[in-house]
Design a binder for this molecule. Structure first.
Ligand code: URA
Length: 201
């Protein structure tokens, strides 16, 4: 197997390299980096924005509230959670301290761009057939241009490397909105994800 760019030959090496990464300011304040997890040859890679508070503490992607919603949506969409590789566009948790609470802060375009080569290493190592962009940060990183998520959700868009990317919202957006909007928003998210279920037939 050809090594990925950066001379990174395994996910373990990627993890170690991202731990040390200070190419943007986020890493200095995070507990640790969080890279993607899943089968080494997953057919589908899901890409979120960045680890959240729980992910930063535990060192695993999508283990907090957004991750639980994602797992439920995948199940309803007919996608086996254990067969997908889940990752993030940015490998460290960016936050703002409010008292003792660490509040999520959206990474800047420059921070996401600095992290992109790690995500590309991950794609080169896992070699998924297709990807899902969960939200705007992931869509921009994966597709190399700003992609309005609401106008493109449920669509497959091609990457320069030829891989298809299914665009949808980020699961944490389902935790915001008004309570009466949550059920339809969750159903729409599940509907988008279901468009990737044919990969597992
Ligand atoms: N949100 C993300 O985008 N990624 C995670 O890993 C957790 C929450």
């Amino acid at each position: 197997q050809a090594p990925a760019q950066d001379g990174i030959a395994s996910l373990e090496e990627l993890r170690a390299a991202t731990m040390r990464c200070r190419e943007c300011p986020i890493g200095e304040f995070a507990t640790q980096s969080v890279i993607g997890e899943g089968p080494a040859r997953a057919r589908l890679m899901l890409v979120g924005e960045q680890p959240g508070d729980q992910e930063d503490l535990q060192g695993h992607p999508f283990v907090g509230p957004a991750g639980r919603l994602l797992a439920k949506a995948l199940e309803q969409a007919g996608i086996p959670r254990e067969q997908v590789f889940v990752s993030n566009a940015v490998k460290h948790f960016k936050y703002e301290l409010r008292g003792k609470r660490r509040l999520h802060k959206t990474p800047t375009q420059r921070e996401a761009a600095a992290c992109l080569h790690w995500l590309e290493d991950e794609i080169a190592l896992v070699r998924p057939k297709a990807l899902v962009a969960l939200g705007a940060t992931a869509a921009r990183s994966l597709l190399g241009r700003a992609v309005p998520v609401l106008a493109n959700r449920g669509q497959w868009l091609p990457r320069p490397d030829g891989r298809q990317v299914l665009v949808t919202v980020h699961p944490s957006s389902l935790l915001r909105g008004a309570p009466e909007d949550r059920e339809p928003a969750f159903a729409a998210f599940t509907g988008d994800l279901a468009r990737a279920s044919k990969l597992f037939d």
